[in-house]
Write a protein that binds this ligand. Structure first.
Ligand SMILES: C[S@@+](CC[C@H](N)C(=O)[O-])C[C@H]1O[C@@H](n2cnc3c(N)ncnc32)[C@H](O)[C@@H]1O
Ligand code: SF4
Length: 453
């Protein structure tokens, strides 16, 4: 079998920097699945809600589609924050929680991780955070040891909001820090200074039972190796943060940053080879600073008094394709194997809740490769594919079927094979999303027939 280099990567002296062309999306995916017509989608949703759910890890996502500012690199902005608009939205979200909570499917198994994202939940008031937290406790079946994440910007996350979030059960705050460098931050419309960020992190880390996690981005315009090493040094040694995500900048064509670069009013961000260098330095320096690696891009460490607060449940389980019950305008999830998108525009979202319906925009048919994709999503997030786990999930001998690609990756310096596992090398870790996608494409081109099934 001769495999194309879009699957295997190039055989070259420096696979970390040059095995593939640039990363173009944040997640691997299979070709688009067919979707239900709107009325059928509603019927399908209602019928799922009448069933008992099977026991498995499950998550709930709540989308807050408002931001006060539009950060230039970000493709997640939906609506400008306005006091009245947010108040109206919170009332509808409470109603959606109550409505959804009536489903047997929702009640029959506990929710292991709750995630408030956006947009930004930061633009909720303390009172609105309390109301939503209470609605969740009143109407949903939340596990006793649930991980509850409040995703936030630094700007506007005042002491009252933090206290309200903790009061209603949030035990994890995930902050978009991106970089400490004040100049670069301001170029991206992130106005707060390095000193302010350090002061807020001190306050958050002193909250006892709350895991404080920050996102850092590498490959930003203006960012040098020194900036990147300083970011890692500061988060490691000047804060008590419990978790860190190191994300590669994905330049999305429709963002303001992309337009500024196009016009020449902002320097182009580092190319893929430079990002690969920053990735390598990131891994080396996180290890040198004593962080534990929880996944390829996520790092954790114990709190000052020796407790493990950072569990990274939600982020890893979304990669592993776990069930996610979605809430809120623009929220997305996975229910009984069906991908679900809720309305992205506020008016239809409100109208459907007024009509007593789940405010769905689209529901997809169950992916016939769901089990395979779930196993691969989990494995590529962690950087190791165990053959036994893969075969159990996706069909006896599927690992052997994929072996020609695994061997090509080994030859090209992207992975190492042992008797039981495919282990990604540092180069493979950098290209993990591309490799996951390449394996999806391989399985499309060379379908696996599970003779045992
Ligand atoms: C959905 S955003 C929401 C963050 C939060 N609203 C805030 O303002 O910090 C979550 C994270 O995605 C990451 N992100 C956003 N745009 C990105 C991009 N273009 N490339 C890489 N990471 C990005 C950032 O690290 C960000 O903190
Ligand atoms: S980074 Fe956060 S606050 Fe900024 S535009 Fe994106 S979602 Fe909104």
């Amino acid at each position: 079998m001769i495999l194309d280099t879009d699957l295997t990567g190039l055989h070259c002296p420096d696979p970390l920097r040059h095995a593939f062309a640039a990363k173009t999306s944040a997640h691997a995916g299979r070709s688009a699945l067919g979707h239900f017509e709107p009325e059928d989608a509603q019927r399908q949703w209602n019928s799922i809600m009448e069933q008992e759910a099977s026991p498995q890890m499950r998550l709930a996502y709540f989308h807050i589609p408002f931001c006060r500012t539009h950060c230039s690199y970000c493709g997640f902005f939906q609506n400008a924050s306005k006091v009245d608009a947010i108040e109206k939205y919170v009332g509808y979200l409470e109603r959606e929680i109550e409505l959804t909570g009536k489903g047997t499917y929702v009640q029959s198994q506990p929710i292991n991780a709750v995630y408030f994202g956006g947009g930004t939940p930061t633009d909720l008031t303390a009172d609105q955070i309390r109301r939503l937290g209470k609605a969740i406790k009143a109407h949903l079946n939340v596990a006793d040891d649930v991980e509850m994440t409040f995703e936030s910007r630094f700007n506007g996350l005042d002491d009252d909001k933090i206290a309200a979030a903790i009061e209603v059960g949030f035990n994890r705050v995930s902050l978009g820090l991106q970089t400490f460098d004040t100049f670069i931050r301001r170029k991206m419309s992130r106005i707060d200074t390095k000193e302010f960020l350090l002061e807020r992190l001190d306050h958050l880390c002193a909250q006892g039972n709350v895991s404080t996690v920050v996102d850092l981005i590498y490959g930003l315009p203006y960012q040098t190796v020194d900036h990147w090493l300083e970011d890692i040094n500061l988060i490691s040694n000047q804060t008590a943060s419990h978790g860190v995500d190191l994300y590669q900048l994905v330049m999305m064509g429709f963002t303001r940053m992309a337009q500024q670069v196009e016009k020449g009013s902002m320097p182009a961000p580092g190319d893929t080879a430079f990002k690969a260098t920053l990735f390598k330095l990131g891994v080396e320096n996180m290890i040198a600073n004593g962080w534990d690696r929880l996944s390829i891009s996520h790092w954790g460490r114990k709190s000052a008094d020796g407790r493990i607060l950072e569990r990274n449940i939600y982020n890893h389980q979304t990669k592993a394709g776990s069930e996610i019950i979605p809430f809120g305008c623009g929220g997305g999830g996975k229910v009984n194997g069906h991908s679900v998108m809720l309305h992205r525009n506020l008016e239809p979202y409100y109208a459907m809740i007024d009509a007593g319906k789940k405010p769905m925009m689209a529901m997809m048919h169950v992916d016939p490769e769901l089990a395979t994709n779930r196993a691969l999503g989990a494995a590529f997030d962690l950087g190791r594919l165990n053959f036994n786990t893969f075969d159990t999930a996706a069909g006896a001998d599927i690992s052997r079927h994929c072996m020609p690609l695994f061997e090509a990756w080994q030859k090209n310096g992207l992975a190492e094979l042992d008797e039981h596992n495919l282990n990604l090398t540092l180069a493979g870790q950098f290209w993990n999303v591309t490799m996951n996608q390449a394996l999806n494409n391989y399985l499309d081109r060379y379908p696996f027939e599970d003779v045992a099934a």
